[in-house]
Design a protein around this ligand. Structure first.
Ligand SMILES: [Zn+2]
Ligand SMILES: [Zn+2]
Ligand SMILES: [Zn+2]
Length: 79
């Protein structure tokens, strides 16, 4: 499943992530579990969590990643 890394940024995998882990609810530098803060998107601000499907920044990043993925495949298909 495609999703943000533990630092909530895109374009790299969890293995290559050397950023600090962020909360998937309020984008703060703490564990998501037990978070009592309001939803706050790292990309857009308050209103939804950074992993929300309502998040345009999140959607765009996922789409971009899919485009890059497709691009890599079509490159490999060239004989
Ligand atoms: Zn990262
Ligand atoms: Zn939090
Ligand atoms: Zn957002």
């Amino acid at each position: 499943m495609l999703g943000p890394t533990r630092c909530l940024l895109f374009g790299h995998g969890d293995i290559s992530c050397n950023g600090r882990a962020r909360c998937r609810k309020c984008s703060g530098y703490h564990d998501t579990e037990g978070c009592v803060r309001e939803d706050h998107c790292l990309f857009c601000g308050p209103g939804h969590c950074p992993t929300s499907k309502q998040c345009l920044a999140h959607l765009q990043a996922v789409q971009l990643q899919e485009l890059q993925h497709d691009g890599a495949h079509s490159l490999l298909d060239i004989k």
